[in-house]
Design a protein around this ligand. Structure first.
Ligand SMILES: CC(C)(COP(=O)(O)OP(=O)(O)OC[C@H]1O[C@@H](n2cnc3c(N)ncnc32)[C@H](O)[C@@H]1OP(=O)(O)O)[C@@H](O)C(=O)NCCC(=O)NCCS
Length: 379
């Protein structure tokens, strides 16, 4: 790099703005999150996933007629081509995230709009994928447990239908509402690792299926979507609230993170967490398994000294226990995150396309000087 050029390295691109966006407002110090100006707290209290998805994809809350049309479009999109069912069947023993990533990639081959990157086509495909992703997860789970995939139920909303396709049992209103809430809270979160990945892929003018496939890959890691699963493992390992303090001490001595705590952006508590905390409290009592809530509470207490350094609970601290109390296996926790995030990924791709640019940062070279090439027989 020549003298005078910018040589500061921002590892992990921490604190770097790479574009502008009018969608998602996040104030990490105040612990605030808004989608197009609407507080996550108002959406959590009053909205449902379909309405929130419409808001994200269209930039404003829908009228009653717009919501009905959108809902019909989502329901009509609950279809998977037979060859994609075959792909899922072939991968029935794979981790659900691997099966999901591969099936979404395969869907490109059967989507008439696949290569069309016009705004209307991307929107159509985004809605389609939002409906197809829960179907893939449901079908894969049924096939791996030796049962036939379940036909979607057009009488059910997005969240209830997802639970129904997983189990074949009509979910209770409470269970459906908690899943719906979970989807709202996960629907969009600015330039997180998977959405940034989707933008990087879009920056090369690759299509939406490619971008979402890559986003799913990025989401699968424990530092991003995998945290809910790891929180459940941790709660099991702790086993008793009395062990929480010693667990935290040992982890911190080894400089290991406590899962479900910390966030790249939030220094205050993640504003999404409180809505799921209430859910855990209620559900763990309802299900006769209060010890999970007790363990989580003891962990929050044990982590209190770190809160002043900005390490607080994040959204995934509570979601894993909620899924567990619903009887959902741990390896489905990250796929559930993906179901919720589909509108956010689609939105980020649409915004990237509005003013597209190749995303290509630099790596500052710190390797050896020029070396002479030595033929292999002389080495
Ligand atoms: C999400 C995460 C990757 C963010 O990491 P980051 O922005 O790079 O934050 P940093 O690693 O710079 O952390 C800053 C400080 O907080 C501490 N910290 C961050 N997350 C922590 C955690 N989960 N437990 C304990 N300490 C943590 C770090 O050790 C560091 O302390 P130091 O300055 O003394 O070294 C990280 O918090 C993490 O691994 N959390 C656990 C996984 C998780 O819950 N992910 C879901 C996110 S929604």
């Amino acid at each position: 790099m020549s003298e005078g050029e910018q040589t500061r390295v921002y590892r992990g691109l921490k604190g770097v703005y790479f574009d502008r966006s009018d969608t998602t407002f996040i104030d990490g110090r105040a612990g605030e999150l808004r989608y197009y100006g609407y507080s996550i707290h108002d959406l959590a209290a009053n909205s449902n996933f379909e309405e929130t998805a419409y808001l994200l994809l269209h930039g404003e809350l829908p009228t009653a007629d717009q919501l009905t049309t959108f809902d019909e479009e989502m329901k009509a999109s609950r279809r998977l081509p037979d060859p994609v069912y075959e792909v899922i069947r072939t991968l029935k023993d794979a981790h659900p995230m691997d099966a999901l990533r591969t099936a979404v990639s395969a869907l490109a081959a059967f989507d008439d709009d696949a290569a069309d990157c016009s705004p209307v086509a991307v929107l159509r495909k985004g809605v389609r994928l939002t409906s197809q992703v829960p179907m893939i997860i449901g079908a894969h789970h049924r096939l791996r447990t030796g049962e036939a995939p379940i036909e979607p139920n057009p009488a059910l909303g997005h969240a209830a239908n997802f639970l129904y396709m997983l189990t074949g049992v009509m979910p209770s209103d409470n269970a459906a509402r908690l899943m719906d809430l979970d989807f709202i809270l996960h629907a969009e979160h600015g330039s997180n690792a998977s959405s940034f990945t989707a933008r990087v892929v879009t920056g090369t003018n690759a299509n939406l299926h490619a971008a979402i496939t890559a986003a799913i890959a990025a989401l699968s890691g424990p530092a991003h979507g995998g945290a809910a699963e790891d929180v459940m493992h941790m709660a099991r390992e702790i086993g008793d609230p009395a062990n929480a303090e010693a667990y935290v001490k040992t982890k911190r001595q080894n400089r290991e993170p406590i899962m479900g705590f910390g966030h790249r952006v939030y220094r205050a508590e993640d504003p999404r967490a409180r809505h799921l905390r209430d859910g855990v409290e209620r559900l763990s009592v309802e299900m006769g398994e209060p010890h999970w809530n007790e363990i989580l509470k003891a962990l929050v207490e044990a982590m209190r000294p770190y809160a002043r350094h900005g390490v607080n609970v994040n959204v995934d601290f509570y979601s894993g226990v909620i899924y567990h109390l619903h009887g959902i296996p741990e390896d489905l926790f990250v796929p559930i995150f993906a179901v919720g995030r589909l509108p956010g990924w689609t939105l980020q791709v649409m915004q990237q396309l509005e003013n597209n640019i190749l995303i290509r940062p630099l790596l500052l070279y710190n390797g050896p000087e020029l070396k002479p090439y030595v033929p292999v027989e002389q080495r």
